[in-house]
Design a protein around this ligand. Structure first.
Ligand code: TTP
Ligand code: MG
Length: 395
């Protein structure tokens, strides 16, 4: 197979850098962007603030203790989204295929573009310079033969980084790093590996497959061994706008009570809402799916007057649909999906909207850091059930 060339670009201290660009008085200072209410969390902070130990998803209260001289601001998410669009417009001119990962980062497949570049390094320097010129912001770039290594590379010399990992050099870079640097290794997997005394990627790579399979299962073991060897065949794939976003769950034993249905719907609504907000979109049509033990399946939907991305709206609509259906027993599967996306992306400036956006931004910040279980109603954590995963219908 021809060697690929993948570039990963990630903006440095994105929200904070935008604010420092726009406000001279913030430059060179520890600046913290986040929800300022009592229970708010840090969205991000300038590198000056990171020296005090402040980081994303930390409670604001703690950030204030660590860095009392810091400047604390709420942030303007609509503004950050607009800047993000300008950056993605630049990306689009540097690669035929761009895969957005979040508001400030993307993979660019630059395989076969040698004619356009003196060298991969010169190409990345040109891109960084153009971003700086057009937006006044600094990006870190990683280039490697695959996505995993490219993402790792962009992070190695942040801020203002530019790191190239080659096929020949990859093992030397990977081996000393802690296993937590592998994309997808969260606290749980890291703890399992720690129990096997595997701390570095090098140790992981040299562990017999069977030993890993016993602890993590074949699927995870193979996945980790490949990444530890710097192998990752996942293609850079553009994300088409999804037509619908949904989540459904199948229960190990059919559920029999209305209370239980309500709890599950709340959980599903929170998950769907979170994913909508991460994509920065709102939907108007909410669909409920319900399957009985005998596989009879019902779907019901309702279109709201206004598009939403809020858990409460999604939950209340799904609940109303469920109540109207009048089926209360022997439920095998429940799902919620939302479609009819609002493409304008316009954000209402009414106070109530802003307050809600900030509240949900704070919730999402925690979820992004700790996974979707980061914030959820405590009683949901007690439930054991099979999760059918995310559903996203590509156009
Ligand atoms: P990141 O790229 O993770 O962080 P960053 O750009 O601020 O800093 P770095 O130089 O380390 O890349 O996230 C991009 C933006 O997403 C960030 O500026 C704010 C937002 N964000 C949150 O709102 N909450 C979070 O928990 C995280 C991690 C990011
Ligand atoms: Mg970033």
């Amino acid at each position: 197979m021809r060697q690929r060339l993948v570039m990963h670009v990630d903006m440095d201290a994105f929200f904070a850098s935008i604010e420092q660009r726009d406000h001279e008085e913030y430059r060179g200072k520890p600046l913290i962007v986040g929800g300022l209410s009592g229970r708010g969390v840090v969205s991000t902070c300038s590198y000056e603030a990171r020296r005090f130990g402040v980081h994303s998803a930390m409670p604001i209260v703690r950030a204030k203790r660590l860095c009392p001289q810091g400047i604390f601001i709420e942030g303007d998410y609509a503004h950050y989204r607009a800047v993000s669009q300008a950056i993605f417009a630049i990306f689009a001119r540097y690669a035929p295929v761009v895969e957005p990962l979040s508001i400030d980062e993307a993979f660019l497949d630059i395989t076969g573009m040698e004619l356009l570049m003196e060298s991969p390094r010169a190409y990345a320097e040109k891109l960084k310079a153009e971003i700086r010129e057009k937006t006044g912001l600094v990006a870190s770039v990683g280039i490697a033969p695959n996505k995993f290594l490219a993402k790792l590379a962009s992070d190695l010399e942040k801020p203002d980084g530019l790191v190239i990992i080659t096929e020949e050099g990859k093992q030397a870079v990977l081996d000393p790093l802690p296993v937590g640097r592998i994309w997808g290794v969260g606290e749980k997997t890291a703890a399992r590996l720690e129990a096997l005394r595997i701390r570095t990627i090098g140790q992981l790579r040299r562990t017999p497959r069977e030993k890993l399979v016993r602890s993590l299962g074949a699927h995870m073991a193979d996945h980790l061994l490949a990444l530890a060897s710097g192998i990752d065949a996942r293609p850079v794939a553009p994300r088409e706008a999804a037509k619908s976003i949904g989540k459904e769950v199948t229960f190990p034993a059919d559920i029999e009570s209305v209370e239980e249905v309500e709890r599950v719907l709340l959980d599903l609504a929170e998950k769907v809402g979170y994913r909508l907000r991460r994509k920065g979109c709102k939907g108007r049509t909410i669909q409920l799916k319900l399957r009985l033990g005998d596989f009879r399946t019902y779907t019901r939907s309702r279109t709201l007057a206004e598009a939403t991305c809020y858990d409460r709206d999604i939950y209340e609509t799904a609940l109303a649909l469920y109540r109207a259906l009048g089926v209360h027993q022997g439920i095998r599967l429940l799902g919620i999906a939302i479609s009819g996306f609002d493409t304008s992306g316009a954000i209402s400036l009414f106070h109530e909207e802003v307050r809600k956006e900030n509240l949900y931004a704070a919730i999402d910040s925690i979820k992004k850091r700790f996974g979707e279980q980061g914030i959820t109603k405590a009683h949901l954590l007690k439930r054991e059930r099979a999760d059918d995963g995310d559903k996203e219908d590509e156009v």
